[in-house]
Design a protein around this ligand. Structure first.
Ligand code: CP3
Length: 346
C-alpha cells in the first residue's frame, strides 16, 4: 500500500505524521546556481527577469524534479520580490540583494505602502505552469519571507554581518519596527494568497534571520508575525513549514507557534528538536549543506544516519539544514536524494 504513494500523498502524510514508506525529500534552494542547466539559462537572463517570466521560472523550478526526482517543487522566486510591490527597488547583484531606499526612518516608512496585488504578480502564472506540467501528484511549495527577515533586508539595505541597523531601530524605536513588521505582514499575506490560489499545496515561511534575536525578542518581533501568517495559511487548509537558521534557542517558543513542520538547521539534532517541540509538529532537515562536499559514499552514509537517528517512521521530511551551496556537485545531490529514495522504514 505505502509503496504506491504519490509524491503529494507521501509529503502530506509525512507532514501529518501518518505512516509512509520513507521520508519525502527535497532541498532548500534546489533550483539554482549549482545546476549547469540553471546556469545555461542564467547566461541569457538576469535573476529578476527569470522571476518575472513565468515560462522561464517554471522551467527552472522543474529542473530539480527532472534531474533528481525530488518529492516536491519549490517555486523559483525570491523572498524579497514582494518588497518591490511595496515601493522598494530590489536589485540582485553579484554580492547579494540590494534594497532601496533602506527603511530606517519614519519619513521613508511614510513612502512605503502595503502591496495590494490587484493584478496577479508573475508568481501566479509560474505556479499555474508548473502545475500544468506535473499534474496533481507532485506537491508544489510556495514560499514567503517572514516579516522579521524581510524587515532585516529592508532596513539594512543589503546582506549584513551583524544587523546593527535593524537592532538599532529595535532598541531606539521598537514601535517603528513593529509598524514595519505589520505592513510587511499584510503584504506577505496577500502574496501567499496568490500562491495558494494558483495551486501551491504547502507554504514554507523563511525566517532565516530571526536567529539573530534574543529569545525574548524572538517572542516579541518574530513569532507574533509568523503566527498570523501560519494561522492564515492553515485556515485555507494548507500546511506551513517554518525555517529559522539557528532555531535551537527558540524551540520552546516555536512549540507554541501553530506550524505543521519545523525546518531544522544542522546545529540541532532532529530528535532533540522534535522532543523540545513536544512532538507537536513534524521536522524537516537537516544535513549540513557542507556535508555535500564529501565523497558520495560519505554523503550516502550521513544521509542514512540522519534518517535513522530521528528514529521515528514518519514526521520527517529529508532536506538540508540550510540552502544548498553554489559549488555543490550534482553527483553528490544525486547521492543524497537517491539515498533517501531507496531508504525504507523498518
Ligand atoms: O529554493 C529554491 O530553489 C527557490 C528559489 C529561492 C531563491 N531564494 C532563489 C534565489 C528561495 C526559496 C529563496 C529564498 C531566500 N532568498 C532566502 C531564505 C532562504 C535562505 O537561504 O536563507 C533569503 C534570505 C533570500 C535572499 C537572497 N536572494 C539572497 C541572500 C540572495 C543572494 C545570495 C544567495 O543566497 O543566493 C538572493 C538571490 C537568489 N535567490 C538567487 C537565487 C537562485 C541567486 C541569483 C543568481 O542566480 O544569481
Amino acid at each position: 500500500m505505502l509503496t504506491s504513494l504519490t509524491k503529494r500523498e507521501r509529503f502530506l502524510r509525512a507532514i501529518r505524521r501518518e505512516p509512509v514508506d520513507r521520508p519525502p525529500v527535497w532541498l532548500m534552494r534546489q533550483a539554482g546556481r549549482y545546476l549547469p542547466e540553471y546556469r545555461a539559462i542564467k547566461q541569457h537572463h538576469s535573476f529578476s527577469d527569470l522571476c518575472r517570466t513565468p515560462d522561464l521560472a517554471a522551467e527552472v523550478s522543474l529542473q530539480p524534479c527532472r534531474i533528481f526526482d525530488v518529492d516536491g517543487i519549490i517555486v523559483f522566486n525570491d523572498i524579497l520580490i514582494p518588497l518591490e510591490n511595496m515601493g522598494f527597488s530590489v536589485l540582485f547583484t553579484e554580492t547579494g540583494p540590494e534594497v532601496q531606499p533602506p527603511l530606517r526612518s519614519e519619513e521613508i516608512l511614510a513612502d512605503i505602502h502595503k502591496a495590494t496585488f490587484d493584478e496577479a504578480p508573475p508568481v501566479f502564472d509560474t505556479i499555474r505552469r508548473i502545475r500544468a506540467q506535473v499534474g496533481p501528484d507532485v506537491p508544489i511549495l510556495g514560499f514567503i519571507g517572514a516579516p522579521f527577515t524581510m524587515a532585516a533586508y529592508a532596513v539594512e539595505g543589503s546582506m549584513s554581518k551583524n544587523f546593527i541597523r535593524i537592532k538599532d531601530i529595535r532598541f531606539q524605536n521598537p514601535n517603528l519596527l513593529k509598524r514595519i513588521l505589520e505592513i510587511i505582514t499584510e503584504t506577505v499575506l496577500g502574496y501567499i494568497r496568490i500562491q495558494i490560489d494558483a495551486g501551491a499545496d504547502i507554504v514554507q515561511v523563511f525566517d532565516t534571520w530571526a536567529g539573530i534575536l534574543t529569545p525574548s525578542d524572538y517572542r516579541e518581533f518574530a513569532q507574533p508575525y509568523q503566527k498570523i501568517i501560519a494561522e492564515a495559511v492553515r485556515k485555507e487548509g494548507h500546511p506551513v513549514i517554518l525555517y529559522v537558521n539557528g532555531c535551537a534557542p527558540y524551540l520552546p517558543v516555536i512549540a507554541e507557534s501553530h506550524i505543521d513542520v519545523l525546518s531544522v538547521d544542522w546545529r540541532t539534532n532532529l530528535r532533540d528538536a522534535y522532543d523540545a517541540l513536544h512532538g507537536r509538529c513534524a521536522v524537516q532537515g537537516n544535513l549540513d549543506p557542507c556535508a555535500l562536499f564529501a565523497p558520495p559514499e560519505t554523503v550516502a552514509d550521513l544521509t542514512r544516519r540522519m534518517i535513522a537517528e530521528f528514529s521515528r517512521c514518519t514526521g520527517h521530511i529529508a532536506n538540508l539544514g540550510h540552502g544548498i551551496l553554489p559549488n555543490t556537485s550534482v553527483e553528490n545531490v544525486h547521492a543524497f536524494v537517491e539515498t533517501v529514495r531507496n531508504y525504507r522504514y523498518g
